[in-house]
Design a protein around this ligand. Structure first.
Ligand code: CP3
Length: 344
């Protein structure tokens, strides 16, 4: 496939004919076409059925016109391989039947061959590449070790991440062991995704913004450096988090060709702190998609002004699109990014 796709060029801070855009959770419940496929499967079945996962991966490219596809899967699938007992219950989100509660739970964890247990993901990637036929690049992804560890320890989502913070403060050795195991599994998993055809990777550290800079530096940064140093050099890697305005320099030190920003910081300020030798992705508030079109268009103009014409901005929301978002609002966002950024 063409490496001159605007999304891939922007990841490398090369000039593009317009600012490329994709949207986190672009394959999801706001689309009636997704809900129709989802009716036939549970969420986990959908992830494990390559034909259906391919169909929902491609839907947003056809329906809203984004400039990259993101593999349909979930960051928590790798925890199922680690035999933590992953479940998705309707309405409540994900939960783990066998969460990690003690250092012994870490030392007794299996070391599975994720290239084997997650081979269905690689099959989806091969099918998506064939279905896209070079129209747009495909992004593969995984959870970052902190965010994965937080689900493994809390047993699900959390409001304050107290169990995770207590674990890393009380049991630093077991914490480092757990993070090391998650990095090892993630390196194999993402290597397999690139071998199968993923053309870029995103690391989701969705909840790391709950940590202060000292704990990030001690308990997360070395593991991020380990992870990034071992990823394939052949594809760009996006390093994403939310609530990270206090951590941006440290995240950049962790690694990534592109750093994700959320809406809590102006894009220009975040980019300056990260350094202009990296690309940036973001950073509109997902809530603006519920606003009237003129408001969406005004927010897009303001966002594009923040990048100041510098190559290396990938437009996106600062976090995932919400389930009840009007599809027309998403289309308005994509179209106005293309329209207002086009070189004429
Ligand atoms: O379009 C895409 O972005 C690709 C697919 C994708 C999903 N999850 C599908 C999904 C991706 C990239 C993810 C990543 C993911 N999963 C993250 C990181 C991104 C973020 O939002 O911070 C996290 C934290 C998860 C864990 C997860 N998966 C939660 C907390 C939930 C439940 C909350 C919810 O939105 O329902 C899921 C389920 C999930 N993952 C859905 C989808 C489309 C909804 C499942 C359904 O159809 O019922």
């Amino acid at each position: 496939m063409s490496t001159d796709a605007p999304f891939l060029l922007a990841c490398q801070r090369q000039p593009t004919p317009f600012t490329p855009i994709w949207i986190m959770r672009q394959a999801g419940r706001y689309l009636p076409e997704y809900r129709a496929v989802r009716e036939r499967f549970t969420f986990l079945e959908l992830c494990k059925t390559p034909e259906a996962a391919t169909e929902v991966t491609v839907q947003p490219i056809d329906i809203v016109g984004t400039d990259a596809a993101i593999l349909f899967a979930d960051i928590l699938l790798i925890l199922e391989s680690l035999e933590l007992g992953l479940e998705f219950s309707p309405g409540d989100g994900p939960s783990l039947k066998r969460p990690i509660r003690s250092p012994e739970d870490v030392s007794s964890m299996p070391r599975p061959d994720v290239r084997d247990s997650l081979s269905y993901v690689f099959e989806t990637i091969r099918q998506v590449r064939a279905a896209l036929a070079g129209r747009v690049p495909l992004i593969g992804f995984a959870g970052a070790p902190f965010t994965l560890a937080s689900y493994a320890i809390e047993g699900g989502g959390s409001r304050n991440y107290l169990a995770t913070k207590r674990f890393l403060l009380e049991h630093p050795e077991a914490w480092n062991d757990l993070m090391g195991r998650l990095v090892d599994a993630t390196v194999d998993y993402l290597g397999g995704q690139v071998d199968a055809g993923a053309q870029a990777l995103q690391i989701f550290d969705s909840w790391v913004g709950h940590l202060g800079p000292d704990d990030y530096r001690t308990s997360v940064l070395p593991h991020m450096q380990n992870l990034f140093s071992r990823l394939p050099k052949s594809v760009p890697v996006i390093h994403f988090g939310t609530g990270t305005s206090g951590l941006l320099e440290l995240m950049a030190a962790g690694g990534g060709d592109v750093i994700g920003l959320d809406w809590r910081i102006p894009l220009s300020e975040g980019w300056r702190r990260i350094g202009h030798d990296r690309a940036v992705q973001g950073n509109l508030d997902p809530a603006i998609l519920f606003a009237p079109f003129p408001v969406i268009r005004q927010k897009v103009r303001a966002l594009l002004a923040e990048s100041d014409g510098r190559p290396g901005h990938i437009a996106n929301l600062g976090h995932g699109v919400m389930p009840n978002t009007p599809v027309d609002g998403v289309r308005c966002l994509v179209d106005s990014v293309h329209e207002f950024s086009a070189n004429t």
